[in-house]
Design a protein around this ligand. Structure first.
Ligand code: ADP
Length: 461
C-alpha cells in the first residue's frame, strides 16, 4: 500500500530535526516540530510549519514522551512520524504505537528493529546466516562462572557488552580472570542504569581494529542496496568524532565482501528502510566482524550523500511511503572523498565536559564542497540537557588529501564564541601524520591525548 505523506511530525531536536525538515520541504511535505520547554527558541521549531511543546527539559518528559508525541501528531493532522536518531528512533514499542495510531513510522518494520536492536540476538542471526561475528559467547552470560568459562575459551582480553547498549555505554574490558568478576558486575550495573535491563554477552577484545560500516538502503519489496562504506575509526571513548568515506586503507575485495555480508544481514531480517551494518576490521589478520546494526538514519550519513549523490533521508521517506526504490545497485556510483567533523560544545581542557551556554558569535565557512548541518545561530543558548554536538562540518573533494586540506581551511574559518568547542582539537587531528596516512584505528585518540596535553608548547606566550 502506498501512502503519500502530506504532513510529518519530527520526533527529534537539533541538527537532525533540521535536516529532516529540509528534506520534507523539498518534497512538499508539511512539517510539525516538537520541542521541550528548554528548546522553545531552537532552529527546528523556527523552520517547521508548526510546532508543539511536548514537555519539560528532561528527555523522558519530552523527546521520550510517547503519549505526548503521538497526541501532538494526531492533533496536528500528521500522517507520519520521523524519529531521527537517538531518543525513540530504535524503540520498536514506539514504532508499533505509531502504526496503531494509523500513522507511518519513517523507519524499518518493528520486527526488524526487535531482531537487530538486541545486539546479542543480532549476533545469533548473523551466525545463522554465516556473517562473521567477533569470537565470543553463544548467548547471554548469566553468571560469573559462565563468563569465566567462555573467556578462558576465547582468550583474554575480553569485552563484556550490554545486549541493549548504545553510545559506548555498558561495555567493560576484563584482561584476565582476576578482574573478570569486577568488570562483569560493573557492565551489568551500567547496563541496568542506562538501558533498563542488565543482559550482557562477551566478545573477544580486538586489538585496535578499524570501525568500518556499510550504509544500507532497502524497501518493502525486498530490494536491498548498499551505499558503500564509512571509516568511523576516529573515536573518543567509543564515540565517533571524525568520519570519512570511502575508507582509504581497505582493499577493494574486502570491501566487496563486506557489502555482500551487509546486504545478507539485512535480507535475513527483512529490513525495509535506511540502516547501517557496523563491522570491526582487524588490520593484521585482514578479517572483519559484524558488531551491530543501527536501524535508523545515522549522524554521519552526509558523507555518504556527498560521495554517492544520493539523498538518504528523502529515500528513507519514500520507502516508508511504500514506494519501491527508484535506484538499482549499478546506478549507485561513488566519486571523490568526504569527511565529517562533529563539532561539540565541550571543554577539552576539562576532560571534554559539556560547555552549554550562549553562542555570542557564529561564523560558518562556505564554498564548493562545504556542507554544514547544524542547529545553532548567533545568540542561541545551548541548553544543558542534551547531547553536546551542535554542528557537523562536512567537506567533499576529489581526493583524500584535498579533502583534508579543505577540512583544515574550513576549521580555520569556523568561529564559535561564547562556549568552548572542540574545533581546535579537530584541527590538530587533521595535522597528525597517522591521521593523514589513513592508517589510524580505534586506538588513535589514546596516543593523541598525550600529544594534545603538550599542546601548550606550540603556543607562544
Ligand atoms: P555502541 O552500540 O555502544 O556504539 P558498538 O558495539 O557499536 O557499541 O561498539 C562501539 C565501539 O566500541 C566500536 O566502534 C569499537 O570502537 C569498540 N568495540 C566494540 N566491540 C569491540 C571489540 N569486540 N573489540 C574491540 N573494540 C570493540
Amino acid at each position: 500500500m502506498i501512502i503519500m505523506i502530506k504532513k510529518m511530525l519530527i520526533a527529534n531536536r537539533g541538527e537532525i530535526a533540521v535536516r529532516i525538515i529540509r528534506a520534507c520541504k523539498e518534497m512538499g511535505i508539511k512539517t510539525v516540530a516538537i520541542y521541550s520547554t528548554a528548546d522553545a527558541s531552537s532552529l527546528h521549531v523556527e523552520l517547521a510549519d508548526q510546532s508543539v511543546c511536548v514537555g519539560g527539559p528532561k528527555a523522558k518528559d519530552s523527546y521520550l514522551n510517547m503519549s505526548n508525541i503521538l497526541s501532538a501528531a494526531c492533533l496536528t493532522g500528521c500522517d507520519a512520524i520521523h524519529p531521527g536518531f537517538g531518543f525513540l528512533s530504535e524503540n520498536s514499542k514506539f514504532a508499533r504505537l505509531v502504526n496503531k495510531c494509523g500513522l507511518v513510522f519513517v523507519g524499518p518494520n518493528p520486527e526488524a528493529i526487535d531482531m537487530m536492536g538486541n545486539k546479542n540476538e543480532a549476533r545469533k542471526i548473523m551466525i545463522e546466516n554465516k556473517v562473521p561475528v567477533v569470537p565470543g559467547s553463544k548467548g547471554i552470560i548469566e553468571s560469573v562462572a559462565d563468563g569465566l568459562k567462555v573467556s578462558e575459551e576465547i582468550g583474554y582480553p575480553v569485552l563484556i557488552k550490554a545486549s541493549n547498549g548504545g553510545g559506548g555505554k555498558g561495555m567493560r574490558v576484563a584482561t584476565s580472570k582476576d578482574n573478570f568478576e569486577d568488570a562483569f558486575y560493573t557492565a551489568k550495573a551500567e547496563a541496568k542504569a542506562n538501558f533498563g535491563d542488565d543482559e550482557v554477552y562477551i566478545e573477544k577484545l580486538l586489538n585496535n581494529p578499524k570501525h568500518i560500516e556499510v550504509q544500507i538502503l532497502a524497501d518493502k519489496f525486498g530490494n536491498v542496496l548498499h551505499l558503500f562504506e564509512r571509516d568511523c575509526s576516529l573515536q573518543r571513548r567509543k564515540q565517533k568524532l571524525i568520519e570519512e568515506a570511502p575508507c582509504f586503507s581497505l582493499r577493494n575485495d574486502i570491501k566487496e565482501q563486506m557489502y555482500a555480508d551487509a546486504i545478507k544481514a539485512c535480507k535475513a531480517v527483512k529490513y525495509d528502510s535506511v540502516g547501517t551494518i557496523e563491522f570491526l576490521y582487524d588490520t593484521t589478520t585482514k578479517k572483519y566482524y559484524f558488531i551491530e546494526m543501527n536501524t535508523r538514519i545515522q549522524v554521519e550519513h552526509p558523507i555518504t550523500e556527498m560521495i554517492t549523490n544520493v539523498d538518504i533521508v528523502k529515500n528513507q521517506i519514500r520507502v516508508a511511503e511504500g514506494l519501491e526504490l527508484s535506484l538499482k545497485q549499478e546506478d549507485i556510483k561513488q566519486n571523490g572523498y568526504a569527511m565529517e567533523c562533529r563539532i561539540n560544545a565541550e571543554d577539552i581542557d576539562k576532560d571534554f565536559a559539556p560547555s552549554p551556554g550562549k553562542i555570542t558569535f557564529l561564523h560558518t565557512p562556505g564554498g564548493k564542497g562545504i556542507r554544514i548541518d547544524g542547529s545553532v545561530y548567533t545568540n542561541y543558548e545551548i541548553p544543558p540537557f542534551y547531547d553536546s554536538m551542535i554542528l557537523k562540518l562536512i567537506v567533499f573533494a576529489p581526493t583524500r588529501l584535498e579533502c583534508i586540506r579543505k577540512m583544515r581551511a574550513a576549521l580555520e574559518e569556523l568561529i564559535i564564541e561564547g562556549v568552548k568547542t572542540n574545533i581546535e582539537y579537530h584541527y590538530m587531528i587533521l595535522h597528525n601524520p597517522v591521521f593523514i596516512s589513513g592508517n589510524y584505528n580505534i586506538g588513535f585518540i589514546e596516543n593523541f591525548a598525550k600529544e594534545i596535553q603538550d599542546r601548550d608548547k606550540y603556543i607562544s606566550k
